[in-house]
Design a protein around this ligand. Structure first.
Ligand SMILES: Nc1ncnc2c1ncn2[C@@H]1O[C@H](COP(=O)(O)OP(=O)(O)OP(=O)(O)O)[C@@H](O)[C@H]1O
Length: 244
C-alpha cells in the first residue's frame, strides 16, 4: 500500500516542554485515522507537524516520500495548498464572499485546474455535500453545518491526497455531526486519506483506526476496519468501550 505520510521518531517541544514523544506513524493511501486523547495531550500538535504547518524538534516527517523539513517554506506551502486539504472546528470562511466563491478561491490560487474544471468540481462537491442550492448565498446567512460543508468542499477542490481535520464536528449538533461524518466516509471511500482529531468517540468510530495519544506518545491503537454500514453499530460499541 502506498504511504502518504510517515512520521519517524517525531518529537516536539515548546519552550523545553515535550509535547510529542517519539511518534512513529504511517498514513496509507485511502486510510481514515482518528486521533483521540485527553485535552492537551498533543493531538493538534501532531496534526500540525504531520501536515508541515509546524516543524518537529527532532525526527522526520515524509509526505509522499519527500522529507518535509528539508523543504523551504514556499515549497511546503505549495504542497499544503495542492496536495493536502484542511478542515478545522471553525469553517473560517471569508465573510465578504459567497459560498461558491469561498470554495473556488484555493483552486484559483493553486492553478492546477482550468476555470471550467474548477467550476465543475465546485458544483460537484456542493452537490455531493448538499449545499448546491446555497452556492450564491452570503456565508453569514447559512448554518454552522452548512458552513462546515462549504469548508470541506474548499478543502477538496485541489483533489488532495489527504484531508487533515482538527475537531471538524466540534461546533456542530449531533445531526449535523452525523451528516458531516457521512461526507467524510464518502470522500474516504473515493480514495482520500483522512487524519482527524476528535474528542467524540462516535465520530472516531467512523475511522479505520483510532490512535489514542497519552502524554504525547501513542498509547493504544484500535483497528476498526473499513467503514461499512452493517458493521457501524458494532464498531461504535467497541469505540465506546475503548473510551471508558
Ligand atoms: N505554539 C505553542 N506554543 C507553546 N505551547 C504550545 C503551542 N501549541 C501547543 N502548545 C502546548 O502543547 C500542549 C498540547 O497542545 P495541543 O493543542 O496539541 O493539545 P490537544 O490534545 O490538541 O488539546 P485539545 O484537545 O484541548 O485541543 C498543550 O500543553 C499546549 O499548551
Amino acid at each position: 500500500m502506498k504511504i502518504i505520510v510517515e512520521a519517524k521518531s517525531l518529537s516536539k517541544e515548546f519552550q523545553g516542554t515535550t509535547v510529542l514523544r517519539n511518534i512513529n506513524l504511517t498514513v496509507e493511501k485511502g486510510e481514515f485515522i482518528a486521533v483521540m486523547g485527553q485535552s492537551g495531550c498533543g493531538k493538534s500538535t501532531l496534526l500540525y507537524n504531520l501536515s508541515g504547518m509546524d516543524r518537529p524538534t527532532s525526527g522526520k516527517i515524509f509526505f509522499d516520500g519527500q522529507e518535509l523539513q528539508e523543504l523551504p517554506e514556499p515549497q511546503m506551502s505549495s504542497i499544503r495548498l495542492k496536495k493536502m486539504g484542511f478542515v478545522f472546528q471553525k469553517a473560517n470562511l471569508l465573510r465578504s464572499l459567497s459560498v461558491r466563491d469561498n470554495i473556488i478561491f484555493p483552486a484559483y490560487q493553486a492553478g492546477i485546474f482550468k476555470r471550467e474544471e474548477i467550476n465543475e468540481n465546485a458544483r460537484r462537491w456542493m452537490e455531493q455535500t448538499g449545499i448546491l442550492s446555497s452556492a450564491k448565498q452570503d456565508v453569514r446567512k447559512i448554518s454552522g453545518g452548512q458552513q462546515q460543508r462549504a469548508s470541506i468542499c474548499r478543502a477538496l477542490m485541489n483533489r488532495p491526497q489527504i484531508l487533515f481535520a482538527d475537531e471538524p464536528t466540534g461546533a456542530l449538533n449531533s445531526s449535523a455531526t452525523g451528516e458531516i461524518m457521512d461526507i467524510f466516509n464518502r470522500i474516504n471511500a473515493e480514495g482520500t486519506a483522512i487524519l482527524m482529531v476528535t474528542h467524540d468517540g462516535k465520530v472516531a468510530a467512523r475511522a479505520d483506526r483510532i490512535i489514542y495519544l497519552e502524554d504525547g506518545a501513542i498509547g493504544e491503537e484500535l483497528i476498526l476496519g473499513k467503514f461499512s454500514k452493517d458493521r457501524r453499530e458494532e464498531r461504535e460499541k467497541r469505540a465506546a468501550a475503548f473510551m471508558r
